[in-house]
Design a protein around this ligand. Structure first.
Ligand code: ZN
Length: 410
């Protein structure tokens, strides 16, 4: 593990630690049972930069350990599939109308966006370091470069295919340790009048929804628009539009282009920067309050679950996103509370929750004998889960929401 001491964006040493989640297993590292004895844990601390406002994890795990064998398939949730299908149409309408555009997607996963782009007859290639998910994308006939996006890869793409009209990176900008390398690559690859669009979890939503469980080694940066502006400025790039979107409990879709176009900048950019000033997310104090809230939620949740166990209730976990690992380990919820966890992603069956070693099964496992309660670990998909599990609810089953506030449903 590498430990860095300065801010990833502004390079200052004005970084202050506001959250210690303890020693944590890797959030994406769903283990096979036989690998439990060799499991490792790493310190997980989160810092705030007083100069540029970037919130960041400075303990850096070698990326190959996180991304080579990746247990997260974007297409497995209906919400994401639909979101990216709509996004593909939107990109085409807004930026590629009446022209043959060339699109490069960084972090193409299983082709959740590339497939609808290619269905629209847009020439697009993906770059993704993960071997198992890239193979899935390739099996759909998509063109994938199995690698990290670097200056070298950017040059290779330019040589072979030319520069890109659009570069897209959804939910990957948070994963990057060396932001300068990726930004240099984008500068090399993007056409002079090209557009770089990315979606990333938004710090205001993260704080408002107490989503501390998305803070883990895989997610190195948690962005405000202020922090992003600081970064883009350094590379002669400007943010010209931004949208708040509901994905992952609150993200932003950011549109950037090379500076010097003299084209207008959407008023939404200025409005969001003003909102950030008002909400206090540029102030260290907000993060200390956030830390207190998390601790309170932990005490309340574990109290509720222990009480239910005392009453003889059978409880399972529903959904095993990376964030579930942080929540279960931080709150110390193990096999003594949850009988097992179910998840829709086949990549995780037969594996266990890191740190807590609770087994993961297909959601149909519940039907063998319905539990009394299910702790919703994939609570971002609450509505999707509730509508899918009507039978469980009709038979008296209760769902427990752990965050943003503890709730029993229905
Ligand atoms: Zn900084």
């Amino acid at each position: 593990m590498k430990k860095i001491k300065t801010c990833r964006i502004c390079k200052s040493n004005s970084v202050v630690k506001f959250l210690s989640l303890g020693n944590m297993p890797l959030a994406g590292g769903f283990l096979k049972k036989e690998d439990i004895p060799s499991e490792k844990k790493y310190p997980l601390n989160v810092y705030f930069c007083k100069k540029c406002s970037l919130v960041q994890v400075l303990d850096v795990i070698p990326p190959d350990m996180l991304f080579k064998d990746y247990r997260y398939l974007s297409s497995s949730t209906k919400t994401l599939s639909e979101h990216f299908r709509k996004a593909a149409t939107y990109y085409k309408e807004r930026f590629l109308k009446n022209k043959d555009g060339f699109v490069v997607e960084i972090g193409s996963n299983d082709g959740v966006l590339l497939k609808p782009l290619s269905d629209l007859r847009i020439s697009a290639i993906g770059v993704d370091p993960s071997e198992n998910v890239s193979k899935i994308a390739r099996s759909k006939g998509l063109n994938i470069i199995m690698d990290y996006f670097t200056k070298k890869v950017a040059k290779e793409i330019v040589n072979k295919y030319g520069k890109a009209d659009l570069i897209i990176a959804n939910n990957v900008f948070a994963h990057i340790d060396n932001l300068d390398e990726v930004m240099d690559g984008i500068k090399i690859l993007l056409k002079e009048d090209g557009v770089y669009i990315f979606e990333v979890q938004y710090i205001i939503d993260l704080l408002e929804n107490t989503k501390y469980d998305t803070m883990y080694h895989e997610h190195l940066c948690y962005y405000s628009l202020h922090a992003l502006s600081h970064l883009m400025n350094r590379f002669g790039i400007e943010i010209f539009d931004v949208d708040r979107i509901p994905i992952h409990s609150g993200s932003i879709r950011v549109f950037v282009r090379n500076k010097g176009k003299n084209e207008s900048i959407s008023k939404k950019v200025k409005e969001l920067l003003e909102l950030e000033n008002k909400t206090g997310i540029l102030d260290e104090k907000s993060y200390i309050t956030f830390g207190d809230l998390i601790n309170k939620n932990k005490i309340e949740l574990i109290g509720l679950l222990r009480n239910l166990k005392k009453q003889g209730k059978r409880i399972i976990g529903y959904g095993a996103p990376g964030s579930s690992i942080i929540l279960l380990n931080y709150c110390d919820i193990g096999k003594e509370i949850l009988d097992y966890v179910v998840d829709v992603s086949p990549e995780r069956y037969g594996r266990v929750i890191p740190g807590k070693h609770i087994e993961i099964f297909h959601p149909d496992k519940m039907k063998e004998k319905y539990p009394d309660c299910a702790l919703i670990l994939a609570y971002t998909y609450k509505d999707e889960i509730l509508s899918k599990e009507k039978d469980f609810i009709e038979k008296g089953g209760k769902f427990i929401m752990p965050l943003p506030k503890i709730e029993i449903l229905p």
